[in-house]
Design a protein around this ligand. Structure first.
Ligand SMILES: Nc1ncnc2c1ncn2[C@@H]1O[C@H](COP(=O)(O)OP(=O)(O)OP(=O)(O)O)[C@@H](O)[C@H]1O
Length: 301
């Protein structure tokens, strides 16, 4: 499998060439023909507005009326001690919470003003618009790097030809900061990459369906510092085209990558709430709540 757009076979050097030469190739096969992006209707980053979100596992309430506005085109970090409900909140943002049999929730999640839980809204719509990258990289291990990137295309319901797929694979791997490392081995299995490369492959896979929001649940927790740094740079570069919400335990990372920050806390035996949120500079430089100050300065949690 080659990356280049579909090409026509031309005679090799030394083969017979008719007088006057061959006619030029048809435009769709011309080597210099620009390849159109597969989805010209490129979506813009969207805002997410969580309103009064409560969540339960069985009878146990784990989030209590949590509201948070995540601005379009910004990076919002969710921070807080273990067990305070950050991942649950994140999973509610793209309708993954409802997959847990005992799980329930109340409240609304508005994607650019439209409730993703409204009657008639399909779960696949939420998944297409709001992508997710998990703690542990989860590429399809035996599938090629190329096919990993385009694995989610079925979700979009749009057909893409080979040249469009080639374009998309290069574009998404470039945005995920992986293209240069894998351009010459796109048909090797995704599982053969390093952990950091696998995570960037998963980011590329998420980007291929053109999400408007990307959720990241501790995306660097399984990675070494160098890979972590590369992912952080990728996050900063992606923010202009996709809204990012990231859960992280790493305060330096939250400080480095996010524009806004929300501090979650669950007091003993109580469901999680947001204690404070706002611009990251203020949350780290001048927190208003002493519990936020203690947490961001590493005094608990
Ligand atoms: N599938 C589940 N079934 C039952 N309880 C769950 C489930 N998932 C999470 N919980 C509980 O919900 C609460 C919130 O968990 P959650 O994973 O959202 O917290 P968190 O802040 O993301 O924690 P961490 O930082 O350790 O990942 C915890 O008490 C947890 O035990």
């Amino acid at each position: 499998m080659t990356h280049a757009a579909d090409t026509q076979q031309f005679p090799a050097q030394g083969d017979f060439v008719p007088p006057g030469g061959y006619p030029p190739p048809p435009p769709m096969y011309a080597a210099t023909a620009p390849v159109a992006p597969p989805f010209a209707d490129r979506p813009q980053p969207a805002s997410l507005d969580a309103r009064a979100i409560s969540a339960w596992f069985g009878a146990r309430k784990v989030l209590d009326r949590v509201s948070l506005t995540m601005q379009a085109g910004e990076v919002t970090a969710l921070i807080g001690p273990s067990g305070c409900g950050k991942s649950t909140f994140l999973r509610i943002l793209n309708r993954m919470h409802e997959l847990v049999p005992s799980a329930q929730l109340a409240g609304e999640v508005l994607l650019d003003g439209q409730d993703i839980y409204a009657t008639g809204r399909r779960i696949t719509e939420a998944r297409r618009d709001i992508g997710m990258v998990f703690q542990k990289p989860n590429p399809f291990p035996t599938m090629s790097i190329y096919n990993n990137v385009i694995a989610g295309l079925k979700l979009t319901g749009k057909r893409a030809g080979r040249a469009e797929k080639d374009y998309l694979v290069e574009e998404c791997l470039t945005k995920a900061g992986l293209w240069r490392e894998v351009a010459d081995r796109l048909n090797q299995p995704g599982g053969a990459l390093s952990g950091g490369q696998q995570q960037r492959l998963c980011i590329a896979r998420s980007l291929a369906v053109r999400p408007r929001v990307l959720l990241m649940d501790e995306p660097c927790s399984a990675l070494d510092p160098t890979s972590t740094r590369v992912i952080e740079e990728t996050i900063s570069e992606l923010a202009a085209e996709v809204t990012i919400i990231i859960v992280t335990h790493n305060m330096q990372q939250a400080n480095r990558v996010s524009d806004q920050c929300a501090f979650f806390l669950a007091e003993q035996g109580q469901p999680g709430v947001i204690v404070e949120y706002g611009p990251t500079d203020a949350m780290f430089g001048d927190p208003q709540d002493p519990r936020t100050a203690d947490y961001v300065h590493g005094r608990f949690g």
